[in-house]
Write a protein that binds this ligand. Structure first.
Ligand code: FAD
Ligand code: DLZ
Ligand code: SF4
Length: 515
C-alpha cells in the first residue's frame, strides 16, 4: 500500500520568495504555514514599522500562495491557539493534522537555525531542510575561499564574485574598463542647491495590523503612519521600487553615496534592503536590472555609478553573510576594545543638541531607515568614540531599522562599525572627527556645537572624543599601518594641547546624556 507523505512546510517571515522551487507546482499533500509569533517580535525591541512591515508582507504572501491554490495555514498574532514559538506551533499542527514530514528552508539567523535543528532532531517524523534559493553564495563559500588565511579582505571576495558570476567582466573575465573599483569617481557632498529626487513611497493601509500589535502589548520603538505605510509589502511594490531606483537614482547613486543633509533621508539610495532581506526580491534580479538600465541608458548612467551599486550587493551583502556563518556564534561576543559604556538615552529619542546625530536618529525613528554613511559615520562613529558596549550598539541597530536581521546587522555593527571583531571585517576602525561629517554633510551648519573647535565651550564632541579614542587604544592600534599618520600627529602635539583634548573628552563622556 502506498501511503502518501503529508508535508508541513514552514515559511519564515523573511523567506517570502515566491520564485522558490517549493511553489513551482501545487501539490495536494503539501501545506504551508506562516506564523506571527512573540519569539520573533520580542527577541529585540523592533521598530514598529519593521513588525508591521513583516506582518503585512507575510499576510500578503500567504494570500498570494492561496491564490495560486497552495494550501496555507496562517497563524495570526492574536489567534487563540497561537503558541508563539516555531516549534510549539509546528508540533501542535503535526498532532492536529497528522503530518508525516516537516520541511523548512535554511534560516538566515543563527538563533533560529539552532532552534529548528534542535527541534527536528527530537521530532518523531522525518524532516528535510532546503536552501532559500536567494543568495549568490552558500553559507560556507566565503570560509572556503579564505581557507587557511586569517584575513578576509572584502575586495578579494568581491573580485571572486565578479569573476565567478561574470558580472561586469569582459570575454577574458577581466573587469570592464580595466579596474575592479571606481570609488575614486564617487562620494561627493550634495551641492547647496541640489535637491535629490523625492523617494517613491507607498501608501499601504496597515491599521488593522497596528491595532493588533498594540493590543498584544508588544514593545516597539519609533512611529508609523499606518494609513500610509511607505514601505513595499509585496513583490509588485518591490519591483516598482527597483524600477524607480534604476530610472531615477542609479545615475547619481555613487556620486552621492556618502552625502548627508538634514531632511534628505534617502538621497539616491535604493531603499531595497527590506525587500531583499525578506526575499521579495533576489539580489540577482536587482543586479541584473541595474546592469540592464545601464546598458539601455549608458549616456545617463555612468559605469562608476553602476559598479558602486553592484559592489554593495554582490560584494558587501554576500560578504557579510559569509563572515556571519564563518564566525558565529563567537562573533556575537567579540569586544576587542573591551568597551563597557551605556548607550546614551537620546539614541532612543533623538533629543540631542548634536545636529548630525539628531537628524540621523530622528529620521531612523520616523522611517526605520538611515542610509549607510549615517549608520557608519554618525551613529556608529559616535558609539565607538564614546566606548559603548557592542551589545548595546547591536541591540539598537537590530531594533531600529526595517532591514535589520542579525546576519547583516551584527557583521556591519560589531564588525564594520565598532571594530569589536578586531579587524575581521575592516582593516581599521571607522572613526572620524567633526571634519569628516562636515565634509560629507550640511549638518554642521546650524549645530549647537562648533565643528572647528576641539576644546572649550561648544566644541564639537567628535573632535576631542576622536583623539581620546586613539590615545586610549594606542596599544591595540598604534602598530596599524593604516593609522600610523594619526599617531604621528598626536605625538607632535604639545602636552598641554593633548591634556586639554583628553579633559574635554572626559567631560563630554561624564555628561553624555546631556550632549
Ligand atoms: P543602498 O545604499 O541602496 O545599497 C544597495 C544595497 O546594497 C542595499 O540594499 C544592501 O542590500 C546592500 N548593501 C549596501 N551596503 C551594505 C553593507 N555594508 N552590508 C550589507 N549589504 C549592504 N544592512 C542591512 O540590510 N541590514 C542591517 O541590519 C544593516 N545594519 C547596518 C548597521 C550598520 C552599523 C551599518 C554601518 C550598516 C548596516 N547595514 C545593514 C548596511 C547598509 O547600511 C544597508 O544595507 C543600507 O543602508 C540599506 O539601504 P539601501 O537599501 O538604501 O542601500
Ligand atoms: C523579524 C520578525 C518578526 C518581528 N516577526 C516574525 C514573525 O512573527 N514570524 C516570523 O516567521 N518571522 C518574523 N520575523 C523574522 C524572523 O525573525 C526571521 O525569519 C528570523 O530571524 C530568521 O532570519
Ligand atoms: Fe555633528 Fe559636530 Fe557637526 Fe555638530 S559640529 S553636526 S556635532 S559633527
Amino acid at each position: 500500500m502506498n501511503i502518501e507523505i503529508k508535508k508541513l512546510r514552514l515559511v519564515l517571515g523573511d523567506q517570502l520568495n515566491i520564485k522558490h522551487s517549493w511553489f513551482k507546482t501545487v501539490e495536494s499533500n503539501v501545506t504551508y504555514v506562516l506564523m506571527e509569533i512573540r519569539s520573533e517580535t520580542d527577541y529585540a525591541k523592533h521598530h514598529i514599522q519593521k513588525v508591521v512591515g513583516i506582518f503585512a508582507a507575510m499576510r500578503h504572501f500567504a494570500k498570494e500562495l492561496q491564490q495560486h491554490k497552495h494550501d496555507v495555514i496562517y497563524i495570526q498574532l492574536n489567534d487563540e491557539n497561537n503558541l508563539h514559538h516555531f516549534n510549539k506551533n509546528v508540533r501542535a499542527l503535526i498532532d492536529k493534522y497528522k503530518f508525516t514530514q516537516f520541511e523548512y528552508q535554511l534560516p538566515d539567523e543563527f538563533r533560529v537555525d539552532e532552534h529548528l535543528k534542535a527541534f527536528t532532531r527530537n521530532l518523531n517524523i522525518p524532516s528535510k531542510v532546503y536552501d532559500t534559493e536567494h543568495f549568490y553564495t552558500i553559507r560556507t563559500e566565503l570560509g572556503d575561499l579564505f581557507a587557511g588565511k586569517n584575513t578576509y579582505l572584502m575586495e578579494t571576495f568581491y573580485r571572486h564574485m565578479r569573476k565567478k558570476h561574470n558580472v561586469l567582466t569582459d570575454h577574458e573575465n577581466k573587469p570592464l574598463y580595466g579596474k575592479w573599483n571606481f570609488d575614486e569617481d564617487n562620494r561627493q557632498k550634495l551641492p547647496k542647491l541640489h535637491k535629490p529626487v523625492d523617494p517613491l513611497l507607498f501608501s499601504n493601509d496597515v491599521t488593522e495590523i497596528e491595532t493588533e500589535i498594540i493590543k498584544s502589548n508588544i514593545k516597539t520603538i519609533g512611529k508609523v503612519n499606518s494609513k500610509f505605510f511607505i514601505w513595499p509589502i509585496n513583490r509588485k511594490q518591490s519591483l516598482e521600487l527597483l524600477e524607480f531606483f534604476t530610472n531615477h537614482c542609479l545615475h547619481l547613486f555613487g556620486t552621492f553615496q556618502d552625502a548627508m543633509a538634514p531632511y534628505e533621508w534617502s538621497v539616491y539610495h535604493s531603499r531595497l534592503s527590506f525587500s531583499m532581506n525578506i526575499k521579495l526580491l533576489s539580489p540577482k534580479e536587482v543586479v541584473d536590472k541595474a546592469i540592464e538600465a545601464y546598458t539601455l541608458n549608458s549616456d545617463k548612467i555612468k559605469f562608476h555609478q553602476l559598479e558602486g551599486f553592484v559592489r554593495q550587493i554582490i560584494g558587501w551583502r554576500e560578504y557579510m553573510r559569509g563572515i556571519y556563518w564563518l564566525k558565529m556564534p563567537e562573533y556575537a561576543n567579540l569586544n576587542y576594545f573591551q568597551h563597557k559604556g551605556i548607550l546614551p538615552e537620546w539614541y532612543w529619542t533623538g533629543h540631542t543638541k548634536m545636529n548630525c546625530l539628531k537628524h540621523a536618529i530622528h529620521q531612523s525613528l520616523d522611517f526605520a531607515y538611515a542610509h549607510h554613511i549615517q549608520r557608519l559615520m554618525v551613529t556608529g562613529n559616535f558609539a565607538l568614540l564614546a566606548g559603548i558596549h557592542p551589545d548595546q550598539v547591536d541591540a539598537w541597530y537590530l531594533g531600529i531599522y526595517i532591514d535589520a536581521f542579525e546576519w547583516v546587522e551584527i557583521t556591519n555593527t560589531r564588525g564594520m562599525s565598532q571594530f569589536a571583531d578586531g579587524g575581521i571585517v575592516g582593516t581599521k576602525p571607522y572613526v572620524s572627527s567633526g571634519a569628516y561629517i562636515n565634509k560629507m554633510s550640511s549638518y554642521c551648519t546650524g549645530c549647537n556645537y562648533d565643528k572647528n573647535k576641539k576644546t572649550g565651550d561648544k566644541a564639537c564632541p567628535f573632535n576631542s572624543l576622536y583623539w581620546n579614542f586613539y590615545k586610549k587604544h594606542e596599544d591595540k592600534l598604534g602598530n596599524n599601518p593604516r593609522i600610523g599618520m594619526m599617531y604621528n600627529v598626536w605625538k607632535k602635539m604639545n602636552p598641554q594641547a593633548k591634556q586639554e583634548l583628553l579633559d574635554q573628552a572626559n567631560y563630554y563622556l561624564d555628561h553624555i546624556n546631556e550632549l
